[in-house]
Design a binder for this molecule. Structure first.
Ligand code: SD4
Length: 325
């Protein structure tokens, strides 16, 4: 088992999320509070796939999905949320102060505004504007596998230092040449010093999706699941494929039956591929999991998935994660 606390995030941009989480965990804070900070940290960074800088839907609007879950099955979620900077915090607010689990669209925005969140301008980031203009020429919806990997420079970033707290010690393929990070959906799970588990997931969803489309990321069950007796699981990739197999919850149940986090992630991925192995060549799904005993695991459909692990000893970017193809 790994030494506690443990934070595990999707992709190498998980370095940012883990840093956010670590600021809470290192002070003996709760995993649930660390998860909100992980979400905030990544939503603050301009990227293709998380927060207001993300790629828009096919009508040109950025719509955000996020959810969060603690060690007592408390959970909150927002989907199809527009013009709010921190969907993860709105999800937390839904969890903490409403009788509901999920708010969507206009109602979610109304709730956010009533709770002091600011209404941000309805504009695309310069990068998203460029990508959208190019996309409009063909207007063809086609999921891109590991969207950020193609843009990566392949150069390692960050420096290695001992003594706890996040640092990057491996190949970080997903940073642009100028050093700015490029992200996919951020899913983070953690175990705090007390041994309690929590998780969160935040995304702008698949680029150029139909207006109103919601993926797995804000869904408690497919995109994120935490059972404090068993483990915590989240993932990234083609949401429709994850929803069909109820990805994260399936992995929790496999772990409950005794599978290791990696074996459970692998079996869920195999189930996703088996449905249509030919089609599976064209999409990516990657899962990450922590078990109650402090083991971690990950597995993906395609090569190119990566994840970031932070413990008191090390922040370790693992690339590529093991995969089916
Ligand atoms: C979605 N799961 O909206 C998200 C997208 C994603 O890496 O994870 N991209 O389906």
């Amino acid at each position: 088992a790994l030494p506690k606390p443990i934070v595990l995030s999707t992709w190498d941009s998980g370095v940012t999320a883990n840093k956010g989480a670590w600021s809470v965990l290192t002070k003996g804070g709760r995993a649930i509070d660390a998860m909100e900070q992980a979400g905030i940290a990544i939503e603050n960074e301009q990227s293709c796939c998380v927060g207001l800088g993300g790629n828009p839907d096919r009508d040109g609007h950025v719509t955000l999905d996020a959810c969060i879950m603690d060690d007592k099955f408390n959970c909150g979620s927002v989907a199809f949320l527009e013009r709010i900077k921190h969907p993860v915090s709105v999800a937390r607010k839904v969890m903490d102060s409403t009788p509901h689990v999920m708010l969507v669209g206009e109602g979610a925005q109304q709730f956010a505004l009533a709770n002091g969140f600011a209404l941000e301008p309805d504009v695309l980031s310069a990068e998203a504007q460029k990508t959208y203009q190019t996309w409009l020429k063909k207007s063809e919806y086609k999921p891109i596998i590991n969207i950020e990997n193609g843009a990566g420079s392949g150069k390692a970033t960050g420096t290695r230092k001992k003594g706890g707290g996040p640092y990057v010690d491996e190949f970080a393929p997903n940073y642009f040449d100028d050093g700015t990070p490029n992200h996919d959906t951020m899913g983070t799970v953690a175990m705090d010093a007390a041994g309690n588990l929590s998780g969160m997931c935040t995304t702008s969803g698949m680029a150029f999706k139909m207006r109103g489309r919601v993926g797995d990321s804000p869904l408690i069950g497919p995109g994120l699941y935490v059972d404090n007796e068993v483990g915590a699981v989240t993932g990234s990739g083609q949401g429709e494929e994850v929803i069909r197999m109820c990805g994260a919850h399936t992995i929790i149940e496999l772990m409950r039956q005794g599978l290791s986090p990696k074996a459970a992630c692998k079996q869920a991925i195999e189930r996703i591929v088996k449905r249509d192995p030919m089609r599976a060549k064209d999409f990516q799904v990657g899962f990450i999991a922590i078990s109650k005993s402090g083991e971690i695991g990950a597995y993906a459909v395609q090569k190119g998935f990566s994840y970031t692990l932070t413990t008191p000893d090390v922040t370790h970017v693992v690339y590529p994660a093991e995969s089916y193809f």
